[in-house]
Design a protein around this ligand. Structure first.
Ligand code: ADP
Length: 228
């Protein structure tokens, strides 16, 4: 569960990036956060990942109160969520299998578990044939699917996707969101930040619109192609 209560974020130069944000995202939801450039979307992500602390208010994610959390708890907190970035952030020197396995290795998972879990997730993402390829040897859409596989492999209750379709071809954007939808149907909470209104209109669902650091609307909108 995510809860922001009266949250404001001011950067050092006094820019008010977020101004009195209140929102609650329950377990199992799929939520789009939309807004134009400079609206405050990345600032929300930074708060949710505890890359920054809010200047005012309370930020709670997965049972952690991020304002009060001690630094030594941050690794444990970060393991409770999966993150997907616009620029994929794969490790260029590791092949697809090892990029995904990396997430498990840092949690000291056994080799035996890694050998079964990684192929299972790669299969789920349609990447079984790419396991031995390196990131530069696969397409942008495939790289983003590897990033999704890496976010999923620890089975986190929450996935935060920051403009996950920003660097993939338009037709593959829909595929990425369809994969996220499928993951959500298995119970994982998904928060996806995007500035692509076409995608939001296509899929519909709960949409939180941010402008000038404030919530403009928070409502469920109907998609054009539901059930596709
Ligand atoms: P978005 O992700 O929607 O494009 P941001 O959250 O990045 O918006 O930015 C919100 C506001 O905060 C903008 O006015 C931006 O210029 C400002 N901002 C973002 N990061 C910083 C920073 N590190 N220092 C100062 N101002 C910042």
């Amino acid at each position: 569960m995510i809860e922001l209560i009266d949250v404001s974020l001011k950067y050092d130069n006094e820019t008010v990036a977020l101004d009195d944000i209140n929102l609650k995202i329950d377990d199992g939801e799929f939520v789009f956060i939309v807004g134009s450039s400079g609206a405050g979307k990345s600032s929300i992500i930074k708060l949710l990942l505890r890359e920054r602390k809010s200047s005012y208010g309370v930020v709670k994610v997965n049972g952690f109160n991020l304002n009060k959390m001690k630094s030594r708890k941050i690794p444990e907190f970060r393991r409770s969520l999966g993150v997907v970035f616009q620029d994929f952030r794969l490790i260029p020197t590791l092949n697809v299998f090892d990029n995904v396995a990396f997430s498990l290795r840092v949690t000291n998972a056994s080799t035996r578990y890694i050998r079964t879990r990684v192929p299972y997730i790669l299969n789920l993402m349609g990447l079984e044939a790419k396991a031995k390829r390196f990131p530069h040897e696969i397409s942008g859409g495939e790289q983003q699917r590897v990033a999704l596989a890496r976010a999923l492999v620890n089975d986190p209750p929450l996935i935060i996707a920051d403009e996950p379709t920003g660097n993939v071809d338009p037709e593959l954007s829909y595929e990425i969101v369809n994969l996220l939808k499928g993951i959500n149907e298995c119970g994982t909470t998904i928060v996806m930040v995007t500035h692509e209104h076409d995608i939001v209109r296509h899929f519909g669902g709960r949409t939180i619109s941010i402008e000038h650091g404030r919530i403009m609307f928070d409502e469920v909108i109907g998609g054009h192609h539901e059930g596709e």
